[in-house]
Design a protein around this ligand. Structure first.
Ligand code: URA
Length: 441
């Protein structure tokens, strides 16, 4: 087999075989095929596309390129949850304790944030002492003992994807549906779950801004999961405005605690309950979303989800006193109030721009190497549809460096668009995509 022939075949629009795909993935991962040939192949895939079978073969080859987590020593059906990334998206941290409290094991590997989107692992690291690194033994032991463990991805998880993603990033080939779907799913398959619930975000703060593209990505990922023998469901959810009120690591942890105490924002709770309910369905705990939501609401009402979060924090070395004493979370020195110039209604809040404001304050990463200030961020006091009086507070900025405030303030002001007339809130949960097809929620 020759890489030259594989490039030419894809350039001319033909379908690659399983062997050809495995050959280039393995050769590239081992460093036997140079970047320039894979770059050419990626561009050929970008223009010629890949069909469902090719996309599945690519996903499997990338998943099998490194560590494959074996979760068979954990009893029960292990359901993973993945979000395509958003602003203020802390659903995993609300869902995991609720689902674990309902008796379903949660053995989850999560990623770090990059650019305007935050990562679950960074949020967890804002809890003093919390370690996101556990040995495989400890990870499995924790899930067997307390039903929950949340860790960062191991360095050798789908290394082929890591190399291919880095090359896509510099060759303008990120934006291809098969490449995105296979990249995400390769890491999910290598993480060893039996079933997968995907939250595919759509809107201004999402990777997939249009609903059609989000549905297309959801379909491809469900097809890959199903093809790999994993029960997979995708929920397409709205990310036109940030989810919840807090954007920024420690601020988001506080919002998770509020939510587990029964005082969280309605939108965050709604998305968390629906995604969590699908996890319960795939785990065989219930048959309907309504019943699943009822079970999860029960874990908040009786305090068992909060207790589970406490157990998780303690098992991974964190200070669980944060649950009842918010003063123990990292705190910013400066809090700046942004007020409305006139009365009206909040028409829209551009999620990406709010994410950028948090990034400017130091709450996110510009590059993989950047360090994060866990205490900073933005808290939205007014969301889409809310009425605002002139001079009323719409958002708070949490900062440590005064010279970053001006730019962050400008971004938040740019993100908010006001209207004279009452504004209808968008539906949060838009579509459910399963192997049976697509349906409106
Ligand atoms: N997230 C990934 O992991 N891969 C992509 O290609 C895009 C988003």
């Amino acid at each position: 087999m020759r890489i030259y022939d594989i490039i030419a075949k894809k350039r001319d629009g033909f379908t690659l075989s399983k062997e050809e795909i495995e050959y280039f993935v393995s050769g590239f991962t081992k460093g036997e095929i140079p970047d320039y040939q894979i770059a050419a192949l990626l561009m050929a895939v970008y223009f010629s596309g890949m069909n469902e079978e090719e996309t599945l073969y690519l996903t499997m080859a990338m998943a099998n390129s490194g560590d494959l987590l074996d979760l068979s020593r954990i009893s029960g059906i292990k359901v993973d949850k993945h979000s395509t990334g958003g602003v203020g998206d802390k659903t995993s941290l609300v869902i995991a304790p609720m689902v674990a409290a309902a008796g379903i094991p949660v053995a989850k590997m999560s990623g770090r944030g990059l650019g305007h989107t935050g990562g679950t692992i960074d949020k967890l690291e804002s809890i003093p002492g919390f370690s996101v690194v556990l040995s495989e033994e400890q990870f499995i032991e924790n899930v067997n003992r307390i039903k929950i463990a949340l860790v960062g991805q191991t360095a050798n998880l789908a290394p082929a994807d890591k190399k291919l993603y880095a090359l896509r990033d510099v060759t303008a080939t990120i934006d291809n549906m098969s490449l995105i779907a296979s990249s995400i799913m390769s890491k999910k398959l290598a993480s060893g779950a039996d079933a997968i619930v995907l939250d595919v975000k759509t809107g201004s703060g999402a990777f997939m801004q249009s609903e059609d593209n989000a549905i297309c990505l959801a379909r491809q990922m469900v097809s890959i999961g199903t093809g790999a023998g994993k029960n997979t469901i995708a929920v397409v959810t709205n990310m036109d405005e940030p989810l919840g009120n807090a954007v920024g690591n420690a601020l988001e942890i506080q919002e998770v605690i509020d939510t587990l105490n029964g005082n969280g924002p309605k939108d965050l709770l709604e998305v968390s309950l629906v995604l969590g309910a699908f996890m319960l369905i795939l785990a065989g705990k219930t048959d309907t979303v309504e019943e699943g939501i009822g079970i999860l609401e029960g874990t908040i009402a009786d305090g068992s989800a909060k207790t589970k979060f406490k157990e998780l924090i303690e098992a991974q070395g964190g200070n669980s006193d944060i649950l009842d004493n918010s003063g123990l979370l990292p705190k910013a020195n400066i809090i700046m109030t942004i007020t409305a110039d006139a009365e009206g209604f909040v028409g829209s809040i551009d999620a990406k721009t709010i994410g950028k404001a948090s990034l400017v304050l130091g709450g996110g990463r510009e590059t993989k190497e950047s360090s994060i200030d866990y205490s900073v961020g933005v808290v939205l006091k007014k969301k889409v549809g809310d009425r605002v009086e002139s001079g009323e507070c719409v958002a708070l900025l949490y900062a440590n460096e005064p010279d970053r405030l001006k730019q962050a303030e400008e971004l938040v002001r740019e993100a908010y668009v006001f209207s004279d007339k009452p504004v209808q809130r968008q539906k949060l949960i838009k579509w459910i995509v399963s192997k049976e097809g697509i349906s409106k929620y």
